[in-house]
Design a protein around this ligand. Structure first.
Ligand SMILES: Cc1ncc(COP(=O)(O)O)c(C=O)c1O
Length: 475
């Protein structure tokens, strides 16, 4: 894929460059490569074209490309231009900005916690039951029967009557999103998504050949009128959305919006794909509206053990209406033939007997959320933060569009973050930042201190006072 100079300049941002400009532009491009907005193999415009688009000298952009080449992030060949390269070693640790071996780095790029206390004993317990599985082939395209039963019971006790044969166990929620996307999207179809969402879901949908129709950013993210307008444009096969403790905003879709969405989607014959990955992370314990599938039984519900227990389990699932089951299972056979049998043993024990572990983890996560909010209001009083009743991250709004520059600056203080634009299906998001609270409180205090330093440094770079006169709600 080639990127025009105008588009790259847009991504780099129009905020004045701090001196020396080559370093600032290099930092901004690094962030774009790290967070996946510039993917491996993308062909960049020539140094001359980029210089013109950015209003900088050719010497500056030549230096920028040279710095990126030195960092092994760019490959330039005579006659074929410069191509983005994401070095495997670095991408494996999700950290291209600063030395990944530095013990002082704080990576806040993932909204996920380490395994909760007590999880290891469930692996030991599953190992004892392993001989029963070893006597089979271990291929479980729809999933381990006892796990499917435990998942069905979990949905039923949440108010959504479910039978085990409606469950397809997948490798994480990502496996279920990909499975649904590959089953229901054809090149040329469109899918409606929230304007702000989980970026890997956008990627999965796009990879299945569908074009995204993002809903508007302002106001209610699930405004039924906006959905109605989007549905008025033809070609939509499905919609992917996160109704419970949305990632990254933490918002919860109201009962009224659920009802309105269900009737609109049914009328237009568009399949709802409701991602409930974060529904179990109910930090305040407030009653949630019923699961989306109770409003529209055609819903494909995506679930996961990653957030209630641990991402390393790689156990997720799709809860599928009977009529869609065979199509999804057939697709599944060309993807991975099933999730790990051992992890499924662990997962079924966890769903039956591990709820105390999940409860204790939620208490810690709630304390971490409250601590992060207190630290932020003290250190960065002009930054607005959501106070989500569940989920794992705050969504910050800055008075000015600084996100990508701030992330680049924070990396110099060893704080690694994902900038707001990464969560948008369209341009924007430069006023926003996702800040996960999936770390111990002392780590979060350190993170806020570094963020505040980086924020101060931005002001010093520009020599301007901050203004809080133009706060946006979301992006
Ligand atoms: C909304 C949402 N869906 C899916 C996932 C991926 O979950 P899993 O680890 O189960 O693949 C995440 C992870 O952060 C998420 O936030």
């Amino acid at each position: 894929m080639s990127l025009s100079a105008t588009r790259l300049a847009e991504l780099v941002g129009s905020e004045p460059f701090r001196s020396p400009a080559y370093r600032d532009v290099t930092d901004r491009l690094r962030v774009l490569i790290v967070d996946g907005r510039l993917t491996d193999g993308t062909r960049l415009p020539s140094e001359r074209e980029l210089a013109t688009a950015l209003g900088l000298s050719r010497t500056t952009t030549t230096r920028v490309y040279a710095e990126l080449r030195d960092a092994s992030l760019l490959e330039s060949r005579q006659g074929s231009g410069s191509v983005v390269r994401v070095p495997f070693r670095d991408s494996a640790v999700s950290n291209l900005i600063v030395d990944p071996d530095s013990p002082n780095d704080l990576p806040l790029t993932h909204s996920a916690a380490s395994a909760p206390r007590g999880l290891a004993s469930f692996f030991a317990r599953a190992a004892e039951r392993l001989p029963g599985i070893l006597a089979t082939t271990g291929y479980l395209p729809d999933g381990l029967p006892e796990l499917r039963e435990a998942i069905a019971d979990h949905h039923t006790s949440d108010g959504l009557a479910t039978t085990p044969d409606q469950i397809i166990v997948t490798c994480g929620a990502m496996g279920a999103i990909n499975l649904a996307a590959q089953t229901f999207f054809r090149p040329g179809t469109r899918s409606i998504v929230e304007g702000v969402s989980f970026p890997h879901a956008y990627e999965a949908l796009r990879a299945a050949g569908t074009r995204l129709s993002p809903l508007p950013l302002a106001g209610d993210p699930w405004d039924p009128t906006a959905l109605k307008d989007a549905l008025g444009r033809s070609g939509h096969a499905a919609t992917y959305f996160i109704p419970d403790f949305h990632n990254p905003t933490g918002a919860v879709m109201s009962d009224a919006d659920r009802g309105a969405w269900a009737s609109l989607l049914r009328r237009h014959d568009v399949i709802p794909i409701a991602d409930e990955t974060l529904r179990p992370v109910n930090l305040d314990g407030d009653a949630l509206p019923p699961p989306f599938a109770t409003y529209d039984p055609r819903t494909i519900t995506v679930g996961s053990l990653s957030k209630a227990f641990w991402g390393g389990l790689r156990i997720g699932w799709a809860r599928v209406p009977e009529k869609r089951l065979m199509a999804m299972l057939q697709t599944r056979m060309s993807i991975d033939l099933g999730a790990s049998a051992f992890d499924q043993l662990v997962g079924s024990d966890l769903l039956r007997d591990g709820l105390d572990i999940a409860r204790a983890a939620r208490v810690e996560t709630r304390q971490a959320r409250d601590h992060l909010l207190t630290e932020l209001s003290r250190a960065l009083p002009d930054v607005a933060a959501t106070r989500p009743a569940g989920g794992m991250s705050l969504w910050l709004t800055f008075p000015k569009p600084v996100s990508t520059r701030l992330v680049a600056r924070a990396s110099q203080f060893g704080l690694l973050l994902t900038p707001g634009p990464r969560f948008l299906a369209q341009s924007g998001g430069e006023r926003n930042l996702r800040l996960p609270f999936t770390h111990a409180v002392d780590v979060l205090s350190d993170a806020v201190a570094r963020l505040a330093e980086a924020y101060e440094a931005l002001d010093a770079d520009r020599g301007e006072p901050r203004s809080s006169s133009s706060l946006d709600l979301i992006a």
